[in-house]
Write a protein that binds this ligand. Structure first.
Ligand SMILES: Cc1cc2nc3c(=O)[nH]c(=O)nc-3n(C[C@H](O)[C@H](O)[C@H](O)COP(=O)(O)OP(=O)(O)OC[C@H]3O[C@@H](n4cnc5c(N)ncnc54)[C@H](O)[C@@H]3O)c2cc1C
Length: 417
């Protein structure tokens, strides 16, 4: 016989999306439970750079100071190609013109603890296995079953939120479909380093077809990434060896690392396809990566998860999330989704030369380009007008980029899981 617990909203997943939604709903007066199969502090695959717009959201949630206490240095953005570079601060948001890189083992623990402090009940080490209700109009989702070893709890609620990532259990159980599926040409791998001199830039080293990045992170850690053509993946026998060979072949990057220590194995994934999922139904909704994913070169996932929680929490209270949330999600994500199509492509030396020429000659362009990641600049409205050749690389318009991915690309989850 399972124990029964009753809440207003129950959330599957306790990281960026789940913890932030719990904080928002608790503040609106709801009684919330968050269930995660992980126990915190716990890591998850992510290279975790966030920009000034997201720092503002951390501040709103009440976690910014604790994050900064872990010492992630403030970072401007630099691009390096063929021994030329430019560095750009970002347009300030609430007085901050810098990004930070904070490991998920640090960030997610702070977020979970904040949700608990706001009054949410957090169930760590519990796996959601079944939903209560089929999700039809006649039989709305009304909770879920979670298991921890031999223990079973039946969580009952008005609303179930799936904040459970790309392989969302909630999405699978309600049969939510993927739409606008956007394949990627590139893969992303990375490792953590210690003993690297800290600097106040996140540096992108373009060596087409490869792109490497160095992000100084929290607590003295550094992230060094390798982004390259997916077509190379089958040829790589040992990812750690390959990664080290690539880094050693780049003097500008290797000179920083040769006396430092790589403290983890290389991890990453070739599976970075973008998608939207149908994200609302009777008694349920999806937030964060469960709802929408775009190539991580855009570094938007964490900020977007927080933004969605902020927007959808009042809709859950008002009972209108089924009509309002899909419209809201489309309006805020469409342009970046189109931009991420470009970021998921393999760069060329010719294209990079043009970008570097233009950005070095025009510091306003350099800043507006970097600001796309902060959502304070529009690729098509602010960047391309200053550098029209970019329309050839990025596409003429948001519509022209997304048109090939519109509705016909709906894929049943059972096929893609
Ligand atoms: C290689 C890579 C690099 C990235 N770099 C960046 C970056 O620089 N900046 C950025 O903003 N974003 C980045 N992202 C994206 C970012 O990591 C995600 O957008 C973010 O983690 C989404 O948070 P989430 O809370 O939606 O899901 P997740 O972080 O995936 O959390 C889902 C949680 O749900 C739990 N869960 C799942 N199923 C169940 C179940 N059945 N029962 C109980 N619990 C369950 C999991 O244990 C997990 O804790 C990157 C992603 C990748 C893959």
């Amino acid at each position: 016989m399972s124990e029964i617990k009753r809440y207003d909203t129950v959330i599957v997943g306790a990281r960026a999306a789940g913890a932030s939604l719990a904080i928002e709903l608790q503040r609106l007066g709801q009684k919330v439970a968050v269930v995660d199969r992980a126990t915190f502090p716990s890591d998850i695959m992510s290279t975790h750079v966030v920009y000034p717009n997201t720092l503002k959201r951390f501040e709103r949630l009440g976690v910014l100071q604790e994050i900064l206490d872990n010492g992630p240095p403030p970072l401007y953005t630099s691009w390096i190609h063929e021994n030329r570079m430019f560095v750009a601060p970002h347009t300030p948001v609430d007085g901050r013109d810098w990004a930070i890189c904070v490991r998920r083992i640090t960030l997610d623990d702070i977020m979970v603890n904040k949700a608990r402090e706001e009054g949410a009940d957090i169930y760590e080490g519990w796996t959601v296995t079944e939903l209560l209700g089929s999700g039809s109009e006649e039989d709305p989702v009304s909770g879920f079953i979670a298991k921890n070893g031999d223990e079973v709890i039946q969580f009952e609620a008005d609303t179930v939120a799936g904040a459970d990532g790309v392989n969302s259990t909630v999405a699978r159980l309600v049969g939510a479909q993927k739409r606008k599926v956007m394949p990627t040409d590139t893969m992303l791998y990375f490792a953590y380093w210690k003993g690297v001199d800290t600097r106040n830039t996140q540096d992108f080293f373009f060596e087409p077809p490869w792109v490497h990045a160095h992000f100084p992170a929290d607590n003295g850690y550094h992230v060094v990434t390798m982004n390259g053509p997916l077509s190379e993946r089958p040829k790589i026998k040992n990812m750690d060896d390959f990664y080290m060979e690539r880094l050693k072949s780049m003097p500008a990057l290797w000179s920083r690392l040769k006396n430092a220590e790589k403290v983890t194995r290389v991890k990453g994934t070739p599976k970075l396809e973008g998608y939207y999922r149908d994200s609302v139904g009777p008694g349920w909704l999806l937030v964060g990566d469960a709802s929408h994913f775009k190539h991580p070169a855009g570094a938007q996932g964490i900020g977007d998860a927080l933004h969605a929680s902020e927007a959808v929490a009042p809709m859950i209270l008002a009972g209108n999330y089924r009509s309002e949330y899909p419209k809201w999600r489309e309006s805020v994500s469409r342009e970046l989704y189109a931009f991420c199509k470009h970021l998921a492509e393999v760069p060329s030396d010719e294209g990079m030369r043009k970008v570097m020429d233009a950005a070095i000659a025009d510091p306003i362009l350099a800043r507006k380009l970097g600001d796309v990641w902060c959502r304070t600049s529009s690729p098509w409205k602010d960047v391309i007008p200053r550098a029209p050749f970019l329309a050839e690389i990025m596409g003429e318009s948001v519509d022209s980029v997304l048109e090939p991915f519109e509705e016909e690309s709906s894929v049943p989850l059972a096929v893609t899981a």
